[in-house]
Design a binder for this molecule. Structure first.
Ligand code: 5AD
Length: 384
């Protein structure tokens, strides 16, 4: 299997799916189909993404829900996210934090502020703290390492980092300090589209970073955006197969939301149903993965959390950034996370989960290594 994106041009994908896509998957989904999706078949994924409104889509969602239940159970992992800097050296065409957006007032939290916010989160019941920022070299790897050590000293919690591309040696410093997980979305698996949307960057480097992180022992999360201008359904299928090839432990899939101060301001938002379908197929392809309900989805759809939880999702990541900084972390406008209570509102989430037959996980929510994963009983999984 090759991961070099240069070997996989959009045209190759089109060739792979040039046979009539429909009719290859029977709805309602039964075992063989799910097995084929798990087996990384782009041509099988496309008709799933094309499921018609009504019975077909419901069948896909139900299949993903059974798979989720069988492989990762009913508990939902709650991770508190702290957006500690909105400075960014990148100029991604879709993102409000892009360097060229001069309208945004920038902030950086001090290490003490980050530790205080983490401690508050842990006191409120969080067992994972996610530290996210724009790509901001102001914080050296050893700065981040010291913050990770500080958080780890508060108790038995996991730390997830989401700080962008860095050299392998810097990732190693962060890992040695105790960081458990790392999120770095591949954003789009189409190398040409990636190049156009991320000036000066490449999908190849992105994948190299993900492989470095994996090699260092991080639980790795990737993910992608639905509805980027220039994306088509074959790209989304390829996004999902790339997740599988990278063997990620986590994957965030969210819709594009236009930001007025970016070059993509006038493009339409991504489709909520397509986002849910991609999430559902990702669950079939990666049955053991931790799949969050993305904030972007909740921003476009009021009951986004509940919907995504019923289509394969098993993680919620409330914002626990101090209120004074939140509005400034404007990746896109009107983020649903602005409404999260400052303590992240675990109590309210627990109530919502109970109402939909789910519960808050009592564990840190690590993905088990392959050899330790239980094999779900046949009737618990989605084979029928
Ligand atoms: N719409 C949706 N998602 C976005 N991201 C950045 N900008 C946007 C946008 N306009 C996502 C990217 C990034 C994550 C932090 O936010 O996937 O990885």
């Amino acid at each position: 299997m090759t991961l070099n994106p240069r070997n996989r041009k959009a045209r190759d994908i089109e060739l792979e799916v040039s046979e009539p896509a429909t009719g290859r998957v029977e709805f309602p989904l039964i075992g063989t189909d799910r097995k084929r999706v798990e087996g990384l078949d782009v041509a099988c994924i496309i008709p799933l993404l094309q499921a018609c409104p009504g019975d077909e889509t419901e069948s896909l969602f139900a299949c993903a829900d059974r798979t989720r239940k069988g492989f990762v159970g009913d508990s939902v992992h709650i991770r508190g996210i702290i957006e500690f800097s909105n400075y960014c050296v990148r100029s991604c065409m879709y993102c409000g934090l892009r360097r060229d957006n001069r309208k945004l007032r920038r902030y950086r939290m001090t290490p003490d502020e980050i530790l205080a916010a983490s401690e508050n989160g842990i006191r409120s019941g969080y067992r994972t703290i996610v530290l996210q920022s724009g790509e901001d070299p102001y914080y050296s790897a050893s700065d981040i390492a010291r913050i990770v050590e500080g958080i780890k000293a508060f108790g038995d919690v996991a730390v997830t980092l989401s700080v962008g591309e860095r050299p392998r040696s810097e990732y190693a410093t962060m890992k040695a300090a105790g960081a458990d997980r790392f999120l770095l979305k591949h954003e789009t698996a189409d190398a040409e589209l990636y190049r156009r949307l991320h000036p000066g960057a490449s999908l190849e480097t992105r994948i190299e970073c993900l492989q470095n992180l994996k090699g260092l022992g991080f639980q790795v999360g990737s993910g992608f955006i639905i509805g980027l201008p220039g994306q088509d359904i074959a790209t989304i299928a390829r996004d999902i197969t790339l997740l599988k090839e990278l063997d990620v432990e986590m994957a965030g899939i969210g819709p594009f939301i236009p930001h007025p101060d970016t070059p993509l301001a006038s493009y339409p938002a991504g489709d909520v149903t397509m986002t849910l379908k991609a999430l559902a197929v990702a669950r079939l392809a990666l049955p053991h993965a931790n799949l969050p309900v993305t904030t972007a989805l909740s921003t476009l759809q009021k009951d986004g959390r509940q919907l995504a939880l019923s289509c394969g999702g098993n993680v919620i990541m409330p914002n626990i950034t101090p209120a004074k900084y939140r509005e400034l972390y404007e990746i896109y406008p009107d983020s649903a996370s602005l409404k999260d209570p400052e303590d992240g509102g675990i109590g309210e989430i627990a109530g919502m989960l109970k109402a939909v037959g789910r519960g808050v996980s009592a564990t840190k929510g690590d993905t088990l290594p392959r050899e330790k994963r239980p094999i779900p009983a046949r009737d618990e999984a989605s084979f029928q």
